[in-house]
Design a protein around this ligand. Structure first.
Ligand SMILES: NC(=O)C1=CN([C@@H]2O[C@H](COP(=O)(O)OP(=O)(O)OC[C@H]3O[C@@H](n4cnc5c(N)ncnc54)[C@H](O)[C@@H]3O)[C@@H](O)[C@H]2O)C=CC1
Ligand SMILES: O=C(O)C(=O)[C@H](O)COP(=O)(O)O
Length: 387
């Protein structure tokens, strides 16, 4: 069996190695010729899987995307060809939730205020939106949810997007990119909605770049320096609008979901599904894939203040490093472009490819000195709070 897998998908050899030969490919530049004789195709969000890509293939038995989003997959075409498809719903939701939460703590520190006491609006209350809400609620922050498409029997309370934008001090976006229907999310935050943001709003986008009209964002931000931005996703990736980057407080190249745990879960979910399609037992385990964090426990002498909570978060994952590296990467790309007079946007993808350091809160055990009020740290996701 020939398995074609995106070179940026970790643990493929460990999980799929017994099934056949594996060829690692650049998902961004994959061609029909390369896919021609594949039996299994494993992709990430940068590969458009459609009729054109599969035009030369007559063998394909399975397509898997180790992602939550599916906007890059023509699922109707795959269904019409009888090719089983699966993505990995929820695989990196914890990573995105923690990323947004840490970004909010960073902004609070930067602007000499506290996250606690603010109202946070979450647009899209599915896996990633709920993961942010879980962190915020564990920490005691008020959350407003907007999701017009949520199941009718969902017991949570929801508000309209208008009510959310009016009340929320912080808005975090967690919707899929959709282009049709009255609830389409393409340019959900258009110029008008951006202008209507209340003073000093923090706006975070960790879902898809095109959910915000990036050109309009540049225009509005020029007139509204009070708005603070965290952007992990960009219209036109891997070529973000360069004028936008300096206007953003924390800028990263679509890595909000890139914890080692999230990536491992993504590949593992595809492994489980493929084994089911093949009628075979999935007897490998995911936990054995993950290395230990460089230091596995921290002792707390007192319940952490917000400042100390940020320090703990940075211990697990320091978002500022990715922000700094991203800005430098884009500058380097521009210098190469100017010197060689050639298009060069490799930096965005290269930084994603090399992103292998991030862990989730659960990788760190907190040891306390017997304090009673520690459940919220467990609810945040840290493991093993106790003496
Ligand atoms: N930056 C990154 O690294 C990552 C980005 N993503 C993106 O985030 C998106 C969301 O992921 P999940 O939360 O796991 O998906 P999900 O499918 O669990 O939840 C999405 C929620 O958005 C809601 N929704 C749809 N249209 C809406 C609208 N117009 N207004 C408000 N809510 C709306 C849906 O009803 C659903 O509850 C993915 O589709 C993907 O594009 C996901 C993982 C990582
Ligand atoms: O899961 C999703 O949806 C995402 O956006 C991924 O985290 C993005 O990662 P890649 O698939 O582009 O590596």
């Amino acid at each position: 069996m020939k398995i074609l897998a995106d070179e940026n998908m970790p643990y493929v050899e460990q999980l799929f190695g017994d099934l056949g030969t594996i060829e690692a490919v650049n998902g961004r530049t994959l061609t029909p010729q390369q896919v021609k004789d594949a039996d299994v195709l494993l992709v990430r969000s940068v590969t458009k899987v459609n009729q054109a890509l599969l035009s030369l293939n007559t063998n394909l038995k399975f397509v898997g995307s180790a992602t939550i989003g599916t906007d890059h997959i023509d699922q109707s075409y795959l269904a019409s060809q009888g090719i089983p498809f699966t993505n990995a719903p929820g695989c990196n939701a914890t990573a995105v939730g923690e990323f947004a939460f840490i970004a909010m703590l960073e902004l609070a520190k930067r602007f000499d205020t506290e996250l606690k006491g603010k109202v946070v609006g979450i647009v899209g209350a599915g896996n990633t939106g709920s993961a942010v809400a879980k962190c915020l609620e564990a920490y005691g922050v008020e959350v407003l949810l907007n999701d017009p498409l949520i199941e009718a029997d969902d017991p949570r309370e929801f508000v309209s997007l208008e009510a959310l934008t009016e009340r929320a001090d912080v808005i975090s976006l967690h919707v899929p990119l959709t282009r049709d229907g009255i609830n389409k999310t393409w340019y959900l935050f258009d110029e008008q909605r951006l202008q209507n943001l209340k003073p000093d709003t923090w706006l975070l986008n960790c879902c898809r770049g095109e959910v915000i009209d990036n050109r309009a964002l540049i225009k509005v931000k020029a007139l509204r320096p009070d708005i603070k931005l965290v952007l992990d996703v960009w219209e036109g990736e891997p070529d973000p609008m360069l004028e936008l980057v300096p206007l953003v407080e924390l800028a990263t190249p679509h890595i909000a979901g890139y914890s080692l745990e999230g990536k491992a879960r993504g590949t593992f979910m595809l492994y489980q599904k493929l084994m089911a399609v093949l009628g075979m037992d999935a007897d490998k385990s995911m936990t054995s894939l993950l290395p230990a964090l460089w230091s596995q426990q921290v002792s707390l002498d007192e319940i952490p203040s917000e400042k100390a909570l940020l320090q703990l978060s940075r211990f697990v994952y320091d978002l500022r490093d990715d922000d700094e590296l991203f800005r430098q990467t884009l500058l380097d790309d521009c210098a190469i472009k100017a010197r060689e007079n050639s298009a060069n946007n490799n930096g965005f993808d290269l930084m994603r490819k090399n992103h292998k350091h991030r862990r989730e809160f659960s990788a760190l055990k907190l040891v306390t000195a017997g304090q009673s009020d520690v459940d919220w740290l467990l609810n945040l996701g840290f493991s093993g709070v106790g003496r």
